[in-house]
Design a protein around this ligand. Sequence first.
Ligand SMILES: Cc1cc2nc3c(=O)[nH]c(=O)nc-3n(C[C@H](O)[C@H](O)[C@H](O)COP(=O)(O)OP(=O)(O)OC[C@H]3O[C@@H](n4cnc5c(N)ncnc54)[C@H](O)[C@@H]3O)c2cc1C
Length: 416
Amino acid sequence: MTYSVWRIAREALRGNSGWQPAWRDQAPKPRYDVIVVGGGGHGLATAHYLAKLHGIANVAVLEKGWIGSGNAGRNTTIIRSNYLLPGNEVFYEHSMKLWEGLEQDLNFNTMVSQRGVLNLFHSDAERDAAARRGNSMRLHGADGELLDAAQVRTMVPLLDFDNARFPITGGLMQRRGGTARHDAVVWGYARAADRRGVDIIQNCEVTGIRVEGGRVRGVETTRGYIGAGKVGLACAGNTSRVAAMAGLRLPIESHVLQAFVSEAIKPLVDTVITFGAGHFYISQSDKGSLVFGGDIDGYNSYAQRGSLPIVEDVAEACVALLPCTGRLRMLRSWGGIMDMSMDGSPIIDRTSVEGLYLNAGWCYGGFKATPASGWCFAHTIAHDEAHALNAAMRLDRFATGALIDEKGAGAQPNLH
Ligand SMILES: Cc1cc2nc3c(=O)[nH]c(=O)nc-3n(C[C@H](O)[C@H](O)[C@H](O)COP(=O)(O)OP(=O)(O)OC[C@H]3O[C@@H](n4cnc5c(N)ncnc54)[C@H](O)[C@@H]3O)c2cc1C
Protein backbone atom coordinates (compact mmCIF):
# COMPACT_ATOMS: atom_id res chain seq x y z
CA MET A 1 0.00 0.00 0.00
CA THR A 2 1.45 3.34 -1.08
CA TYR A 3 0.74 6.32 1.16
CA SER A 4 -0.46 9.45 -0.64
CA VAL A 5 -2.98 12.23 -0.36
CA TRP A 6 -5.27 10.23 -2.65
CA ARG A 7 -5.05 7.25 -0.31
CA ILE A 8 -6.04 9.41 2.66
CA ALA A 9 -9.01 10.83 0.74
CA ARG A 10 -10.05 7.34 -0.39
CA GLU A 11 -9.83 5.92 3.12
CA ALA A 12 -11.75 8.88 4.52
CA LEU A 13 -14.61 8.01 2.19
CA ARG A 14 -14.42 4.28 3.09
CA GLY A 15 -14.43 4.82 6.86
CA ASN A 16 -10.72 4.00 7.08
CA SER A 17 -11.43 0.33 6.46
CA GLY A 18 -8.70 -0.23 3.89
CA TRP A 19 -5.50 0.46 5.83
CA GLN A 20 -3.15 -2.51 6.02
CA PRO A 21 -0.49 -3.26 8.66
CA ALA A 22 2.69 -1.32 7.90
CA TRP A 23 4.76 -4.51 8.12
CA ARG A 24 4.05 -8.22 8.40
CA ASP A 25 4.43 -10.11 11.68
CA GLN A 26 6.68 -12.92 10.47
CA ALA A 27 7.70 -16.16 12.17
CA PRO A 28 11.42 -16.90 11.69
CA LYS A 29 12.42 -19.04 8.70
CA PRO A 30 15.07 -21.74 9.24
CA ARG A 31 17.72 -19.79 7.34
CA TYR A 32 18.45 -16.35 5.85
CA ASP A 33 21.19 -14.95 3.64
CA VAL A 34 21.68 -12.15 6.15
CA ILE A 35 20.52 -11.74 9.74
CA VAL A 36 20.68 -8.28 11.26
CA VAL A 37 20.60 -8.33 15.07
CA GLY A 38 18.84 -5.25 16.47
CA GLY A 39 15.63 -3.63 15.28
CA GLY A 40 16.66 -0.02 15.91
CA GLY A 41 17.08 2.56 13.20
CA HIS A 42 20.46 1.24 12.11
CA GLY A 43 19.43 -2.41 11.82
CA LEU A 44 16.26 -1.61 9.89
CA ALA A 45 18.04 0.87 7.60
CA THR A 46 20.66 -1.80 6.89
CA ALA A 47 17.94 -4.26 5.88
CA HIS A 48 16.26 -1.66 3.68
CA TYR A 49 19.46 -0.80 1.79
CA LEU A 50 20.51 -4.48 1.52
CA ALA A 51 17.24 -5.19 -0.28
CA LYS A 52 17.01 -1.96 -2.23
CA LEU A 53 20.59 -1.38 -3.34
CA HIS A 54 22.20 -4.82 -3.26
CA GLY A 55 19.31 -7.12 -4.20
CA ILE A 56 19.65 -9.12 -0.96
CA ALA A 57 16.11 -9.48 0.35
CA ASN A 58 16.34 -12.85 2.11
CA VAL A 59 17.07 -10.90 5.28
CA ALA A 60 15.72 -11.02 8.83
CA VAL A 61 15.94 -8.26 11.41
CA LEU A 62 15.80 -9.84 14.87
CA GLU A 63 14.67 -7.59 17.71
CA LYS A 64 14.52 -8.73 21.33
CA GLY A 65 11.71 -6.29 22.24
CA TRP A 66 9.73 -4.18 19.82
CA ILE A 67 11.36 -2.21 17.03
CA GLY A 68 12.42 1.22 18.22
CA SER A 69 12.44 0.16 21.90
CA GLY A 70 16.13 1.03 22.16
CA ASN A 71 17.87 4.32 21.52
CA ALA A 72 16.09 4.83 18.21
CA GLY A 73 12.93 5.66 20.16
CA ARG A 74 14.68 7.43 23.05
CA ASN A 75 16.90 10.08 21.50
CA THR A 76 16.48 13.84 21.21
CA THR A 77 16.12 13.55 17.42
CA ILE A 78 18.86 15.97 16.37
CA ILE A 79 20.31 15.53 12.89
CA ARG A 80 23.38 17.42 11.64
CA SER A 81 26.64 16.98 9.76
CA ASN A 82 28.84 19.49 11.59
CA TYR A 83 31.96 17.40 12.10
CA LEU A 84 35.62 18.32 11.76
CA LEU A 85 37.60 15.26 10.74
CA PRO A 86 37.51 13.82 7.20
CA GLY A 87 36.80 10.28 8.52
CA ASN A 88 33.54 11.57 10.01
CA GLU A 89 32.47 14.61 7.97
CA VAL A 90 31.97 12.90 4.59
CA PHE A 91 30.01 10.13 6.27
CA TYR A 92 27.68 12.46 8.19
CA GLU A 93 27.19 14.69 5.17
CA HIS A 94 26.16 11.62 3.18
CA SER A 95 23.68 10.91 5.97
CA MET A 96 22.33 14.47 5.73
CA LYS A 97 21.76 14.04 2.00
CA LEU A 98 19.92 10.78 2.63
CA TRP A 99 17.76 12.53 5.26
CA GLU A 100 16.88 15.15 2.68
CA GLY A 101 15.40 12.49 0.37
CA LEU A 102 14.24 10.03 3.01
CA GLU A 103 10.51 10.65 2.94
CA GLN A 104 10.38 10.08 -0.82
CA ASP A 105 12.62 7.03 -0.57
CA LEU A 106 10.55 5.41 2.19
CA ASN A 107 7.13 6.81 1.21
CA PHE A 108 6.72 7.69 4.87
CA ASN A 109 6.44 10.97 6.73
CA THR A 110 9.54 10.95 8.94
CA MET A 111 8.99 14.65 9.74
CA VAL A 112 12.48 15.72 8.74
CA SER A 113 12.63 19.36 9.81
CA GLN A 114 15.65 21.36 8.65
CA ARG A 115 15.23 24.05 11.28
CA GLY A 116 19.00 24.44 11.73
CA VAL A 117 21.50 23.53 14.42
CA LEU A 118 23.22 26.37 16.26
CA ASN A 119 26.38 25.61 18.30
CA LEU A 120 26.95 28.55 20.63
CA PHE A 121 30.40 29.75 21.60
CA HIS A 122 31.41 31.83 24.58
CA SER A 123 35.07 32.76 24.15
CA ASP A 124 37.61 33.62 21.46
CA ALA A 125 39.13 30.14 21.66
CA GLU A 126 35.73 28.51 21.14
CA ARG A 127 35.02 30.86 18.22
CA ASP A 128 38.32 29.84 16.57
CA ALA A 129 37.48 26.16 17.02
CA ALA A 130 34.01 26.75 15.55
CA ALA A 131 35.48 28.63 12.58
CA ARG A 132 37.87 25.75 11.94
CA ARG A 133 35.06 23.22 12.11
CA GLY A 134 32.87 25.36 9.85
CA ASN A 135 35.66 25.61 7.29
CA SER A 136 36.15 21.85 7.36
CA MET A 137 32.41 21.33 6.87
CA ARG A 138 32.37 23.66 3.87
CA LEU A 139 35.45 22.02 2.36
CA HIS A 140 33.61 18.70 2.55
CA GLY A 141 30.50 20.09 0.84
CA ALA A 142 28.34 20.75 3.91
CA ASP A 143 26.94 24.13 4.90
CA GLY A 144 28.26 26.10 7.87
CA GLU A 145 27.95 29.75 8.85
CA LEU A 146 29.71 31.68 11.58
CA LEU A 147 27.30 34.06 13.35
CA ASP A 148 28.21 36.89 15.70
CA ALA A 149 26.30 37.64 18.89
CA ALA A 150 23.99 40.15 17.19
CA GLN A 151 22.96 37.60 14.56
CA VAL A 152 22.31 34.97 17.22
CA ARG A 153 20.29 37.51 19.23
CA THR A 154 18.02 38.10 16.25
CA MET A 155 17.36 34.38 15.97
CA VAL A 156 16.90 33.48 19.65
CA PRO A 157 16.39 36.68 21.67
CA LEU A 158 15.60 34.96 24.98
CA LEU A 159 19.07 33.41 25.42
CA ASP A 160 21.13 34.82 28.31
CA PHE A 161 23.71 36.69 26.20
CA ASP A 162 25.30 38.57 29.07
CA ASN A 163 25.71 35.67 31.48
CA ALA A 164 28.62 36.74 33.71
CA ARG A 165 30.50 33.46 33.34
CA PHE A 166 29.47 32.37 29.83
CA PRO A 167 28.55 35.39 27.68
CA ILE A 168 27.38 34.30 24.24
CA THR A 169 29.75 35.68 21.63
CA GLY A 170 28.33 33.92 18.58
CA GLY A 171 27.54 30.55 17.08
CA LEU A 172 28.27 28.09 14.30
CA MET A 173 25.06 27.54 12.36
CA GLN A 174 24.24 24.61 10.10
CA ARG A 175 20.95 25.55 8.50
CA ARG A 176 20.44 22.14 6.88
CA GLY A 177 20.60 20.44 10.28
CA GLY A 178 17.52 20.01 12.45
CA THR A 179 15.35 17.20 13.73
CA ALA A 180 13.40 14.17 12.51
CA ARG A 181 10.65 12.18 14.21
CA HIS A 182 12.56 9.23 15.67
CA ASP A 183 9.72 6.66 15.85
CA ALA A 184 8.66 7.50 12.32
CA VAL A 185 12.19 6.83 11.09
CA VAL A 186 12.01 3.34 12.61
CA TRP A 187 8.53 2.67 11.24
CA GLY A 188 9.41 4.08 7.83
CA TYR A 189 12.49 1.90 7.43
CA ALA A 190 10.61 -1.14 8.76
CA ARG A 191 7.78 -0.67 6.31
CA ALA A 192 10.12 -0.05 3.37
CA ALA A 193 12.25 -3.10 4.18
CA ASP A 194 9.17 -5.28 4.67
CA ARG A 195 7.81 -4.21 1.29
CA ARG A 196 11.00 -5.56 -0.29
CA GLY A 197 10.61 -8.92 1.44
CA VAL A 198 12.64 -8.47 4.64
CA ASP A 199 11.28 -10.33 7.69
CA ILE A 200 11.02 -8.16 10.79
CA ILE A 201 10.87 -10.45 13.79
CA GLN A 202 10.10 -8.87 17.14
CA ASN A 203 10.25 -10.50 20.59
CA CYS A 204 13.16 -12.58 19.32
CA GLU A 205 16.28 -12.17 21.45
CA VAL A 206 19.59 -13.46 20.15
CA THR A 207 21.08 -15.57 22.95
CA GLY A 208 24.04 -17.08 21.12
CA ILE A 209 26.06 -16.83 17.92
CA ARG A 210 27.08 -20.12 16.34
CA VAL A 211 30.63 -19.99 14.95
CA GLU A 212 32.26 -23.04 13.34
CA GLY A 213 35.75 -23.08 11.84
CA GLY A 214 36.07 -19.34 12.30
CA ARG A 215 32.88 -18.69 10.30
CA VAL A 216 29.47 -17.61 11.50
CA ARG A 217 26.73 -20.19 10.86
CA GLY A 218 23.68 -18.67 12.52
CA VAL A 219 22.20 -17.44 15.77
CA GLU A 220 20.49 -19.03 18.77
CA THR A 221 17.37 -17.11 19.72
CA THR A 222 14.48 -17.26 22.15
CA ARG A 223 12.49 -18.52 19.13
CA GLY A 224 14.98 -21.24 18.18
CA TYR A 225 18.08 -21.57 16.05
CA ILE A 226 18.18 -19.58 12.79
CA GLY A 227 20.88 -20.25 10.19
CA ALA A 228 22.54 -17.39 8.31
CA GLY A 229 25.13 -16.79 5.62
CA LYS A 230 26.09 -13.52 7.24
CA VAL A 231 25.23 -11.82 10.53
CA GLY A 232 25.36 -8.06 11.14
CA LEU A 233 25.30 -6.68 14.69
CA ALA A 234 23.46 -3.37 15.15
CA CYS A 235 22.69 -3.62 18.85
CA ALA A 236 23.83 -0.16 20.07
CA GLY A 237 24.08 -0.28 23.89
CA ASN A 238 24.01 -4.08 23.98
CA THR A 239 26.80 -4.52 21.44
CA SER A 240 29.45 -5.73 23.90
CA ARG A 241 27.15 -8.40 25.31
CA VAL A 242 26.06 -9.69 21.90
CA ALA A 243 29.58 -9.61 20.40
CA ALA A 244 30.85 -11.57 23.41
CA MET A 245 28.60 -14.43 22.22
CA ALA A 246 31.00 -14.78 19.28
CA GLY A 247 34.07 -14.47 21.52
CA LEU A 248 34.76 -10.82 20.67
CA ARG A 249 35.91 -8.30 23.27
CA LEU A 250 35.25 -4.80 21.94
CA PRO A 251 36.64 -1.33 22.72
CA ILE A 252 33.15 -0.20 23.78
CA GLU A 253 31.61 0.85 27.08
CA SER A 254 27.87 1.07 27.70
CA HIS A 255 26.65 4.23 29.42
CA VAL A 256 23.28 5.72 30.32
CA LEU A 257 22.21 8.92 28.60
CA GLN A 258 19.00 10.67 29.58
CA ALA A 259 16.58 12.89 27.67
CA PHE A 260 13.98 15.31 29.04
CA VAL A 261 10.71 16.85 27.89
CA SER A 262 8.99 19.89 29.40
CA GLU A 263 5.32 20.78 29.45
CA ALA A 264 4.11 22.28 26.17
CA ILE A 265 4.57 26.03 25.74
CA LYS A 266 4.19 28.55 22.94
CA PRO A 267 7.02 28.72 20.37
CA LEU A 268 10.28 29.62 22.13
CA VAL A 269 13.12 28.14 20.07
CA ASP A 270 12.67 27.42 16.37
CA THR A 271 16.09 25.84 15.87
CA VAL A 272 18.30 23.35 17.71
CA ILE A 273 20.68 25.03 20.16
CA THR A 274 23.74 23.61 21.87
CA PHE A 275 25.47 25.28 24.82
CA GLY A 276 29.21 25.73 24.34
CA ALA A 277 30.07 26.11 28.01
CA GLY A 278 28.44 22.94 29.25
CA HIS A 279 26.94 19.81 27.78
CA PHE A 280 23.39 20.81 26.89
CA TYR A 281 21.22 20.81 23.77
CA ILE A 282 17.62 21.88 23.26
CA SER A 283 14.89 22.06 20.63
CA GLN A 284 11.11 22.39 20.68
CA SER A 285 8.78 19.68 19.47
CA ASP A 286 5.83 20.31 17.20
CA LYS A 287 3.57 19.77 20.22
CA GLY A 288 5.33 22.63 22.04
CA SER A 289 7.44 20.68 24.55
CA LEU A 290 11.05 21.61 24.98
CA VAL A 291 13.16 18.51 24.27
CA PHE A 292 16.61 18.59 25.84
CA GLY A 293 19.52 16.59 27.14
CA GLY A 294 23.01 16.84 28.52
CA ASP A 295 25.84 14.67 29.70
CA ILE A 296 25.92 10.93 30.37
CA ASP A 297 25.22 9.65 33.87
CA GLY A 298 28.86 8.69 34.22
CA TYR A 299 28.72 5.03 35.19
CA ASN A 300 28.49 1.85 33.14
CA SER A 301 25.03 0.33 32.96
CA TYR A 302 22.66 -1.68 30.80
CA ALA A 303 19.58 -0.21 32.52
CA GLN A 304 17.41 2.11 30.43
CA ARG A 305 16.89 4.59 33.24
CA GLY A 306 18.93 7.42 34.67
CA SER A 307 19.87 8.94 38.03
CA LEU A 308 18.80 12.19 39.71
CA PRO A 309 22.11 14.16 39.76
CA ILE A 310 22.00 14.46 35.97
CA VAL A 311 18.45 15.82 36.15
CA GLU A 312 19.78 18.68 38.29
CA ASP A 313 22.86 19.16 36.09
CA VAL A 314 20.82 19.39 32.88
CA ALA A 315 18.18 21.66 34.44
CA GLU A 316 20.96 24.00 35.62
CA ALA A 317 22.39 24.26 32.12
CA CYS A 318 18.92 24.89 30.71
CA VAL A 319 18.28 27.79 33.09
CA ALA A 320 21.80 29.20 32.58
CA LEU A 321 21.14 29.38 28.86
CA LEU A 322 17.42 30.22 28.86
CA PRO A 323 16.55 31.84 32.22
CA CYS A 324 12.90 32.08 31.13
CA THR A 325 12.62 28.28 31.52
CA GLY A 326 13.23 28.54 35.27
CA ARG A 327 9.57 28.01 36.24
CA LEU A 328 8.80 25.48 33.53
CA ARG A 329 7.73 22.03 34.64
CA MET A 330 9.63 18.99 33.46
CA LEU A 331 7.14 16.44 32.20
CA ARG A 332 9.13 13.30 31.52
CA SER A 333 12.66 11.92 31.41
CA TRP A 334 14.02 8.57 30.32
CA GLY A 335 17.34 6.86 29.71
CA GLY A 336 18.94 4.93 26.88
CA ILE A 337 22.07 2.81 26.79
CA MET A 338 24.64 4.13 24.45
CA ASP A 339 27.61 2.34 23.01
CA MET A 340 30.65 4.52 23.66
CA SER A 341 33.72 3.76 21.59
CA MET A 342 37.14 4.69 22.90
CA ASP A 343 37.68 7.57 20.46
CA GLY A 344 34.05 8.70 20.30
CA SER A 345 33.60 7.71 16.64
CA PRO A 346 31.68 4.76 15.23
CA ILE A 347 32.77 1.36 13.92
CA ILE A 348 31.31 -0.12 10.72
CA ASP A 349 33.49 -3.04 9.75
CA ARG A 350 34.03 -6.76 9.37
CA THR A 351 35.21 -8.69 12.43
CA SER A 352 37.76 -11.46 12.93
CA VAL A 353 34.89 -13.98 12.58
CA GLU A 354 34.17 -14.58 8.91
CA GLY A 355 30.65 -13.47 7.97
CA LEU A 356 30.16 -11.45 11.18
CA TYR A 357 29.94 -7.67 10.81
CA LEU A 358 29.87 -4.88 13.36
CA ASN A 359 27.97 -1.59 13.49
CA ALA A 360 28.56 0.15 16.83
CA GLY A 361 30.24 2.88 18.85
CA TRP A 362 27.61 5.57 18.22
CA CYS A 363 27.84 7.36 21.57
CA TYR A 364 25.46 10.35 21.75
CA GLY A 365 25.22 10.74 18.03
CA GLY A 366 23.91 7.72 16.16
CA PHE A 367 20.42 8.96 15.33
CA LYS A 368 21.65 11.46 12.76
CA ALA A 369 23.81 8.69 11.31
CA THR A 370 20.92 6.26 10.83
CA PRO A 371 20.58 6.54 7.02
CA ALA A 372 24.33 6.53 6.26
CA SER A 373 25.00 3.86 8.86
CA GLY A 374 22.49 1.50 7.25
CA TRP A 375 23.72 2.45 3.78
CA CYS A 376 27.39 1.77 4.60
CA PHE A 377 26.71 -1.31 6.71
CA ALA A 378 24.64 -2.81 3.89
CA HIS A 379 27.50 -2.14 1.48
CA THR A 380 30.06 -3.68 3.85
CA ILE A 381 27.93 -6.80 4.38
CA ALA A 382 27.07 -7.20 0.68
CA HIS A 383 30.61 -6.66 -0.66
CA ASP A 384 32.60 -7.93 2.28
CA GLU A 385 34.55 -4.68 2.35
CA ALA A 386 34.04 -1.13 3.52
CA HIS A 387 32.73 1.63 1.30
CA ALA A 388 34.98 4.70 1.00
CA LEU A 389 32.53 6.52 3.31
CA ASN A 390 33.16 4.15 6.23
CA ALA A 391 36.74 3.22 5.34
CA ALA A 392 38.13 5.02 8.40
CA MET A 393 35.57 3.45 10.78
CA ARG A 394 37.67 0.35 11.21
CA LEU A 395 37.66 -1.89 14.25
CA ASP A 396 41.43 -2.34 14.19
CA ARG A 397 42.10 1.39 14.56
CA PHE A 398 42.17 0.90 18.33
CA ALA A 399 45.15 -1.42 17.82
CA THR A 400 46.90 0.49 15.02
CA GLY A 401 46.36 3.95 16.54
CA ALA A 402 44.59 5.40 13.45
CA LEU A 403 41.89 6.88 15.68
CA ILE A 404 39.15 9.30 14.61
CA ASP A 405 39.59 11.46 17.67
CA GLU A 406 36.76 13.91 17.12
CA LYS A 407 35.91 16.10 20.09
CA GLY A 408 32.23 16.85 20.18
CA ALA A 409 31.19 13.59 18.53
CA GLY A 410 29.92 12.37 21.86
CA ALA A 411 30.91 10.94 25.14
CA GLN A 412 34.30 9.33 25.13
CA PRO A 413 36.59 8.24 27.92
CA ASN A 414 39.26 10.89 27.34
CA LEU A 415 36.63 13.61 27.85
CA HIS A 416 35.33 12.25 31.16
C1 LIG B 1 18.78 9.96 25.54
C2 LIG B 1 19.46 9.85 24.22
C3 LIG B 1 19.48 10.96 23.37
C4 LIG B 1 20.12 10.90 22.13
N1 LIG B 1 20.05 11.97 21.29
C5 LIG B 1 20.57 11.89 20.04
C6 LIG B 1 20.42 12.97 19.13
O1 LIG B 1 19.80 13.99 19.43
N2 LIG B 1 20.98 12.86 17.89
C7 LIG B 1 21.68 11.75 17.53
O2 LIG B 1 22.20 11.72 16.43
N3 LIG B 1 21.79 10.68 18.36
C8 LIG B 1 21.25 10.72 19.60
N4 LIG B 1 21.36 9.65 20.45
C9 LIG B 1 22.05 8.43 20.01
C10 LIG B 1 21.19 7.54 19.12
O3 LIG B 1 19.89 7.42 19.64
C11 LIG B 1 21.84 6.16 18.97
O4 LIG B 1 23.21 6.29 18.69
C12 LIG B 1 21.19 5.33 17.87
O5 LIG B 1 19.79 5.31 18.02
C13 LIG B 1 21.76 3.91 17.93
O6 LIG B 1 21.37 3.10 16.85
P1 LIG B 1 20.00 2.26 16.79
O7 LIG B 1 18.91 3.23 16.47
O8 LIG B 1 20.13 1.15 15.83
O9 LIG B 1 19.95 1.71 18.28
P2 LIG B 1 18.78 1.01 19.09
O10 LIG B 1 17.46 1.62 18.80
O11 LIG B 1 19.21 0.97 20.52
O12 LIG B 1 18.77 -0.44 18.45
C14 LIG B 1 19.44 -1.56 18.96
C15 LIG B 1 18.41 -2.64 19.13
O13 LIG B 1 19.07 -3.87 19.40
C16 LIG B 1 18.20 -4.62 20.20
N5 LIG B 1 18.96 -5.72 20.82
C17 LIG B 1 19.93 -5.62 21.75
N6 LIG B 1 20.37 -6.85 22.10
C18 LIG B 1 19.67 -7.73 21.34
C19 LIG B 1 19.66 -9.15 21.25
N7 LIG B 1 20.47 -9.92 22.02
N8 LIG B 1 18.81 -9.74 20.38
C20 LIG B 1 17.98 -8.98 19.60
N9 LIG B 1 17.94 -7.63 19.67
C21 LIG B 1 18.77 -7.02 20.53
C22 LIG B 1 17.68 -3.60 21.20
O14 LIG B 1 16.49 -4.03 21.84
C23 LIG B 1 17.49 -2.38 20.32
O15 LIG B 1 16.16 -2.25 19.86
C24 LIG B 1 20.76 9.68 21.72
C25 LIG B 1 20.73 8.57 22.56
C26 LIG B 1 20.09 8.64 23.79
C27 LIG B 1 20.06 7.43 24.67
